[in-house]
Design a protein around this ligand. Structure first.
Ligand SMILES: Cc1cc2nc3c(=O)[nH]c(=O)nc-3n(C[C@H](O)[C@H](O)[C@H](O)COP(=O)(O)O)c2cc1C
Length: 184
């Protein structure tokens, strides 16, 4: 059990709860919200499946159709936020991140691990978000060139634990994740 009365313990809880999302389909961190900005500066947020987490380096991976708006937005500028509310742990996690697309060779290697049935998510004709005359006026055309692996390098974590008292803390990569308490 993580001791959420200490900064290190609260950060440990964040780590444990993100890791749960890799193996437990019901864990809240399985479906983080990824927020970006569109070309006009409007916030643009959507649910994504967590596909990878490096708990030592604090990087998260998600997968997308390469022609989806979020990928184009992140190519324009890598600043993003990932967020989830974990009711089981009474924990909100907000993560500021630089998100980059992995080099194509790495994406191709990961594509080999995507189950056949899941590949249809990566490559539609026309591309995701295109206006169409009827709901079914599109078809899948999965291919590795349309498989984007987005790697989020977490720069800042804000944790809010809801409990007998609410506890809020901020952890910065640049400060070695030591953390500081904030008014909730
Ligand atoms: C439960 C759930 C899981 C989703 N997982 C993903 C995902 O892993 N990758 C993805 O690109 N879109 C995923 N989506 C769809 C996105 O939320 C979004 O609608 C889509 O990617 C288009 O977003 P964009 O136009 O902003 O790029 C998921 C949606 C839901 C409801």
């Amino acid at each position: 059990m993580s001791d959420i009365t200490t900064l290190a313990g609260l950060l440990d809880l964040v780590r444990v709860r993100i890791m749960a999302g890799l193996t437990d389909k019901d864990a809240a961190s399985r479906l983080p919200v990824l927020a970006t900005r569109d070309a006009q500066g409007w916030p643009s947020a959507r649910s994504m499946v967590l596909r990878g987490f490096d708990a030592g380096d604090w990087t998260l991976d998600v997968h997308s159709d390469a022609d989806a708006a979020k990928v184009l937005q992140l190519t324009d500028g890598p600043r993003a936020m990932l967020q989830f509310w974990d009711a089981e742990a009474s924990l909100q996690v907000r993560m500021r991140a630089h998100v980059i697309r992995l080099p194509h060779e790495q994406e191709k290697a990961l594509w080999e691990q995507v189950p056949e049935a899941a590949r249809s998510q990566y490559g539609t004709v026309p591309p995701p978000g295109t206006p169409i005359a009827a709901a079914d006026a599109w078809h899948p055309n999965p291919r590795p060139a349309r498989f984007a692996v987005l790697r989020a390098r977490i720069l800042r974590i804000e944790a809010l634990h809801i409990g007998d008292i609410h506890r809020r803390a901020r952890f910065e990569r640049e400060e070695g994740w030591q953390g500081s308490w904030l008014v909730p």
